[in-house]
Write a new protein. Sequence first.
Length: 208
Amino acid sequence: METGDVLAVLAEAVRQMSGWEVVAVVLAVAYLVLAARENIWCWAAAFASTLIYIFLFFDVSLFLESALNVFYLVMAVYGWYQWRHLSGGEKDLHVSVWPLHVHLILVPVTFAFVFVTGFVFSKTTTAALPYVDAFTTWFGVVTTYMVTKKILENWLYWFVIDSVSIYLYINRGLYLTALLFVIYLVIIVFGYLKWKGEYEQTRFKDGV
């Protein structure tokens, strides 16, 4: 593709971007940056961004992504509550990890939901890329719950989910959102390293 063609594609992408998508992207970036810093206001940013994306995804026939954002809306409220209130008598909700056997059970079970949901939506709806949509949806559900519990491995899950999401959003013409997820990949690395540092520091304090 010639340079002129690339610029033309980018110009068209910018033209198609809605103001609401811009707002949603800004709020989504704010969410991830604040989450990496373990700032409780990340959940407020998530709530606002998610509310906008419910309608944006439905408009481009990503029905599962739209439904996923309804779940995100609820989890934003739950996450705020979880991070704000005491947990198990501790002063704060600390970063923790799940043992390997939990992931070995969780991943195939989640994939089962992906294939069943993708098959049903491919046969009964006009959903775009139903299997890819189902993948990001079901693993997004699992990983969001991990964030509310401050499970370290959530960042690894998000890296895979967001990588797949980039393809999904480009396919549906949500170019700014796709760019957002490229930025997410970078933030995820820093988020993982920061949480890992806190986890190791907590273990050291506890003498583990």
